[in-house]
Design a protein around this ligand. Structure first.
Ligand code: NAP
Ligand code: SF4
Length: 678
């Protein structure tokens, strides 16, 4: 029974110009899926977006498509520039329209100086810090032609059946590069004064409106906060927004930060809904609706943003990757059934940046809609799943939903496994959402839980199938003196069982070593959980009086009350194994707190004096009152040996199968794949 009253603002229709009405306030924001340029991409995207349309999103924005060759993001072609492109796209709007009343718009993205190929162009030939290639300056005739290419892309999108386009004008791509003085040093009509610099986007909007008619949706993704030196001030952003409205846009969507900004904008360290204030500043100055975005991952956050009057609509991109039916579940008031995006970026953005198609850690079926099917089981089997961490949770839920009789054994008193440790890390509390979600899913699917005791091999022998998701055992390296009382394991530290002194050495610098360092630095409440504290922590000036919203002193240094040294034996850079789009945030946190890092280390001994190491043969002793082991893990699978040959088939997944390079992404995917096949 729908109960819109749970979130009254979210389920109001939204009227746009041209007589268009959106069914509710949920936009699925644009994200690159990695399918845009693949030969089989269009049908897969059609299935992907159709599921989100059925799930209740009122407006969907596709990933970015370039209006011409120079505007490509990478070496593979993802354009909307020819009649053939439009023809190939037709399956996407057709599938979305067949799925209900959702509208879908094509994002037109010209990468400007951010493109990773040798044909990149920009208003001026100024290299971006994040790209080794220098762009070629566009001639005046090419600027004109580029505007026409945007218009052509919009007309082709219209002919393909799209309801509109989103003009991508944030995140530091070509349009930003025209608007910001820092990147536009032209002296023709497209450069110089602010009025000249905003002419390029205004002409795109004006000509697109003239070419496509009143009822075509034109979303303009405006950068409401640039977060780079030489970015716009608040006053300039408002002037631009008003001019875009006058030029004919239907809807403004918010972009936060250029890609080269050194302040996190979507990582877990960013509080939920942290940037809605920047959208609210623009909303107060325009008459067309505006969409808030970034870290809006729960319906109560979305509802609050609308109720406060900061925005008219909310954009959820990763949140709708994690749960395609997010909006429908919110409408039904079923918050507990929503699979919340934990902002890890591991299977979405990190995949995209290494050329893989995107998926989701907590929803492995995302992006695999046509490949991973959970169909009712032909025969109901009795299945024991041993281990209630990410792999076991994923496997047990799906196997039970397929109709099997599933019993889940967990040695601890609660479900969650490694997620229960991860959620202790400042900025990673979102992991608690996944544990709660899966626990609820197990309950609804009728999984029998056996918590707080070890599963015995004899008991498991009576099942049709046994799944061992028993996880990992932290490694204890064979260093002389490892038994010294000052040596503790990371599990003891994160669970609060170990006392940690003020002079700390961490052995191992993988994901967990970094997490433990952040935990020690921020566990005493210095972690910025609120938007205002976050802004202060990262040097964001929320009155936007300065260019780009950056505080004059830059990012403030940390004031750690403890000294931390991280050690590793290998010689590569620290943090190289961290997430591609999130690792830099951890590195920045540790750098600002003066954490020392030593590589190429040989461990000699641990004693009362501390830890003695050798680097290039030279010995030194590091004084330490606590030495924390973060030296990786080994699989925990002693049960496998106890299960007799001739007993039920035994399946190993997650850390129990392979501990090296283990992460939640692989664990949950293996759980889902096995559950689909049982
Ligand atoms: P890990 O990433 O494999 O790192 C283990 C660390 O221990 C390495 O720095 C390694 O460095 C060191 N090490 C390994 N064997 C050792 C030995 N015998 N003696 C001394 N040092 C040893 O493992 P983890 O940090 O435990 O993380 C587990 C998994 O969770 C990883 O896949 C990780 O990516 C994931 N995770 C990721 C994040 C994140 O990205 N933020 C956070 C938490 C966990 P040397 O071999 O150079 O000494
Ligand atoms: Fe969210 Fe992580 Fe899933 Fe990406 S992979 S959608 S960040 S939960």
């Amino acid at each position: 029974m729908p109960s819109d009253n749970n979130y009254p603002h979210l389920f109001q229709p939204l009227a746009l110009r041209g007589g268009v009405t959106l069914a509710n306030r949920f936009m699925m924001g644009s994200m690159h899926t990695g399918l845009e340029a693949r030969p089989d991409g269009m049908p897969r995207l059609a299935a992907f977006y159709a599921e989100r349309a059925r799930g209740g999103a009122a407006l969907i924005v596709t990933g970015g498509f370039a209006p011409n060759d120079a505007g490509e993001l990478g070496p593979h072609r993802a354009q909307m520039s020819t009649a053939e492109d439009a023809e190939r796209h037709k399956v996407i709007p057709a599938a979305v329209h067949a799925a209900g009343d959702a509208r879908i718009v094509l994002q037109i993205l010209h990468s400007g100086r951010y493109g990773y190929h040798d044909r990149i162009v920009a208003p001026s030939p100024i290299k971006a810090a994040i790209n080794p290639n220098t762009p070629r300056e566009l001639t005046a005739a090419e600027v004109e032609q580029t505007i026409e290419d945007y218009v052509r892309a919009a007309r082709l999108a219209q002919s393909a059946g799209y309801d509109g386009v989103e003009i991508m004008a944030s995140e530091g791509y070509l349009i930003n590069e025209f608007i910001a003085q820092q990147t536009n040093q032209r002296d023709d009509v497209w450069g110089g004064s602010f009025e000249n610099r905003i002419r390029f986007p205004l002409e795109i909007v004006r000509r697109t409106r003239a070419a496509t008619g009143e009822a075509f949706i034109i979303v303009y993704r405006i950068s409401v906060l640039d977060l780079v030196e030489g970015g716009l001030t608040g006053e300039e952003i408002v002037t631009l927004a008003q001019a875009v409205e006058a030029a004919g846009a239907s809807l403004l969507n918010s972009g936060i930060g250029w890609h080269e900004a050194r302040i996190p904008t979507i990582a877990q360290a960013v509080p939920r809904g942290a940037f809605a204030w920047a959208t609210g500043r623009v909303k107060a100055a325009v008459n067309i609706p505006i969409v808030a975005s970034n870290r809006i991952n729960a319906p109560e956050i979305a509802e609050d943003i609308l109720a406060r009057g900061d925005a008219d609509m909310v954009s959820l991109a990763r949140a709708m990757l994690a749960d395609e039916a997010f909006a429908n579940k919110a409408r039904a008031g079923d918050r507990a059934a929503i699979n919340i995006c934990i902002a890890c970026n591991q299977a979405c953005l990190d995949h995209y940046f290494i050329g893989q198609s995107v998926s989701c850690v907590v929803n492995p079926r995302a992006g695999r809609e046509t490949r991973l099917a959970f169909v009712p089981a032909a025969r109901r089997k009795s299945i024991a799943v041993v281990g209630g961490g990410p792999a076991g949770l994923s496997c047990a839920a799906i196997a039970a939903e397929r109709g099997h009789a599933v019993t889940l054994y967990e040695q601890a008193d609660e479900l969650g496994g490694q997620f229960n440790l991860a959620r202790k890390i400042p900025g990673k509390s979102e992991f608690a959402e996944s544990v709660a979600y899966y626990a609820e899913r197990l309950k609804r699917a009728g999984v029998k839980l056996k918590l707080g005791g070890k599963a015995e091999a004899a008991e498991l022998a009576g099942y049709d199938e046994v799944v061992l998701a028993t996880g990992i055992e932290p490694r204890r390296p064979a260093i002389p003196g490892i038994e010294h009382p000052k040596v503790v394991g990371y599990v003891d530290v994160l669970s609060g069982r170990a006392q940690v002194g003020r002079n700390v050495v961490i052995i191992g610098a993988g994901g967990i070593g970094f997490d433990v360092a952040v935990y020690l630095l921020e566990k005493d409440g210095r972690s910025p959980l609120e938007s205002a504290a976050f802004n202060a922590h990262w040097g964001i000036q929320d009155d936007l009086k300065t260019a780009g919203g950056l505080a004059p002193g830059g990012i403030p240094p940390g004031h750690p009350g403890l000294r931390i040294t991280m050690l590793k034996r290998s010689s590569g850079p620290f943090g190289a194994t961290l997430g591609r789009t999130t690792g830099w945030v951890h590195r920045a946190e540790l750098a600002r707190n003066g954490v020392k890092m030593v590589k190429g280390v040989e461990y000699r001994r641990i004693d009362d004096a501390g830890i003695t190491i050798a680097v290039d043969g030279a010995e030194q002793t590091l004084a330490a009152d606590t030495i924390i082991l973060c030296a990786g893990q080994d699989p925990r699978r002693e049960l496998a040996a106890g299960l007799q040959a001739g007993g039920p088939p035994v399946h190993l997944i997650g850390g129990a199968k392979e501990a090296g390079e283990l992460d939640a992404k692989r664990a949950m995917l293996e759980g889902a794949q096995l559950a689909a096949a049982l």
